[in-house]
Design a protein around this ligand. Structure first.
Ligand SMILES: [Mg+2]
Length: 307
């Protein structure tokens, strides 16, 4: 298949929205942003061997993850997904087939989030598969959900359950797009982000951006069944709580809200997944954990991308 043919195929595979001024197939796409609020842009790079194993996980799950991590970041900003560009660096052998499979799967998954693929690039080389997705979203009138807005006394909340994502959730997680949009529309949140590198590490980022510290309640952390299972299976010697605190790739939302607003949110439980209070923001920088009878400082450990 020539590049021309490939672009034609791609055009018929990915959905073309009416409001694209120039859709996929020209030198660049032109998107109509006139009736949208501010543009939110995010980009993620996934590499075989580091983020996935193609032979083990298969193209469908890998394609889904490449898009989902970007959707999670749009959600974390409180943005509505609009479009994405996808660049693939493919292993030379079977490059064409793999590209088609990945793009077809991504187009399908994108559709479920009302997002379309509007361009990108494909190349092959002697190494493993590398996928870069850049996603574009639009803010809502609620504005961006930033990580620097948490204030002293704010309640810290998380969606869903944490830990053990290596057992499958790191590939199959549902990005919290609809959840984030619902929450920012109905509740006054001070700060928020997605948990990609582990609760402690991401919480440290949120609190340091906000100029505060945090005290977590050990008993309140929502631990997934996978966190316990992974503790046993991996032979890490760590407790399920440790895994929930630092495994990463949970792709849940970490939020801060003023106490009265957090109370209302916790009472309402407006999502199909639980929202749990895990702690409180304090004046002194740093992280602590409250156990039944004592408080201990905790270090922000998690997944270090350059480690
Ligand atoms: Mg993020």
């Amino acid at each position: 298949m020539s590049e021309q043919d490939f672009v034609s195929w791609l055009r018929s595979t990915v959905s073309v929205a009416d409001d694209d001024i120039v859709p996929l197939g020209d030198d660049a796409a032109v998107l109509n942003w006139a009736r949208r609020d501010n543009l939110v842009v995010t980009s993620d790079l996934l590499a075989e061997g580091t983020h996935f194993c193609l032979a083990e996980h298969g193209p469908t799950r890998v394609a889904r993850k490449a898009l989902a991590v970007n959707l999670s970041d749009l959600a974390a900003m409180g943005a509505r997904p609009v479009a994405a560009v996808v660049s693939l660096l493919l292993p030379r052998q079977g490059a064409q087939l793999l590209a088609e499979e990945l793009l077809r799967d991504m187009a399908l998954f994108a559709q479920a989030y009302s997002m379309r693929i509007v361009g990108g690039d494909t190349n092959s080389w002697s190494g493993g598969l590398v996928i870069n997705v850049t996603a574009f979203g639009a803010l809502t009138p609620a504005g961006p959900l930033r990580r620097d807005g948490a204030r002293l006394g704010d309640i810290l909340l998380v969606t869903g359950e944490l830990g053990g994502s290596r057992l499958g959730k790191h590939l199959d997680f549902e990005p919290r797009v609809n959840e984030a949009l619902k929450l920012i529309q109905h509740y006054r949140l001070s700060a928020g982000m997605d948990i990609s590198d582990g609760l402690l590490l991401d919480l440290a980022r949120l609190t340091s951006a906000s100029g505060c510290g945090a005290v977590l309640e050990a008993d309140a952390i929502p631990i997934s069944a996978a966190a316990s299972a992974w503790g046993v299976q991996s032979g890490s010697g760590q407790s399920a709580l440790d895994h929930a605190l630092s495994d990463g790739e949970d792709f849940e939302l970490l939020l801060a809200a003023p106490p009265d607003e957090a109370d209302r949110l916790l009472r309402d439980q407006p999502l199909e997944i639980p929202i749990t209070k895990i702690g409180v923001c304090v004046a002194e920088p740093g992280l602590w954990m409250d156990h039944a009878s004592h408080r201990t400082p905790v270090s922000p450990r998690g997944f270090d991308h350059l480690g």
